[in-house]
Design a protein around this ligand. Structure first.
Ligand SMILES: [Zn+2]
Length: 229
């Protein structure tokens, strides 16, 4: 599971906020002690608000007018919320919700709501995630699948990587016979700017194990995933 944490541009995260991801200090306490301690939450929020204020000025706005007075703090708070996935990892959300079980058929959770932020434009992309796996002696509490999505969605992302990370996390937690993830999303950076493709949806998938190797399993999954899409 250590890969799950590290696979998300760990270097960039650390540069932003050293030791920010929970668990880091306990797994490598010795080396962390030598590094300067990271700015606390309040300090980071205040700095971020300052930057947003400057951003408003550069956009030609007056950050002191009534409507904008509290905007820098609000934006800083919103950004912290939208990227709170940096502060969680899959281990945290799964806890002890993995159970021994002999069930050997496909388990699927459809239409998991997704909200994320495109790392190229810092604009939202959002849609649905469909997840399925075929257990090999272990199942996970169904409510945990949406929470795994949250861990990775609440970071700066590209849809392709998000899809792979969710599949990878399930593979590492459950070691199932196969896992399939389909993400369908619309990107505001495409809809609001540039090409202005209002109705185009981006669909990505990650297929592992039997979902990749067995055409029948793959077809069944993709049929279920795209039904009503
Ligand atoms: Zn974008």
């Amino acid at each position: 599971m250590s890969n799950t944490k590290g696979s998300n541009g760990g270097a960039a995260v650390r540069a932003l906020a050293p030791g920010f991801m929970r668990g880091t200090s306990s797994t490598s306490a010795g080396s962390i002690a030598l590094e300067p301690s990271p700015p606390d939450h309040a300090t980071r929020q205040a700095e971020l608000a300052e930057i947003v204020r400057r951003q408003l000025e550069l956009l030609g706005e007056d950050p002191d007018r009534d409507g904008l007075l509290k905007t820098p703090e609000r934006v800083a708070k919103a950004l912290a919320w939208l990227t709170r996935g940096y502060d969680t990892d899959v281990r945290d959300v799964i806890g002890d919700a993995v159970f021994e079980e002999t069930h050997e058929s496909m388990v699927m959770v459809r239409d998991i709501e997704l909200y994320s932020m495109c790392e190229h434009h810092l604009l939202p992309f959002f849609g649905k995630v469909h997840i399925a796996y075929i257990p090999d002696g272990r199942i996970v509490g169904l409510s945990k699948l949406p929470r795994i999505v949250e861990v990775f969605a609440r970071r700066l992302q590209v849809q392709e990587r998000l899809t792979e990370q969710v599949a990878q996390a399930i593979e590492e937690v459950l070691r199932p016979r196969g896992v399939g993830v389909v993400v369908e999303a619309v990107h505001l950076c495409m809809m609001m700017r540039g090409v202005e493709k209002q109705n185009s949806k981006t669909i990505t998938s990650a297929l592992r194990g039997q979902f990749r190797d067995c055409p029948m399993t793959r077809d069944e999954f993709l049929r279920l995933a795209h039904r009503g899409a």
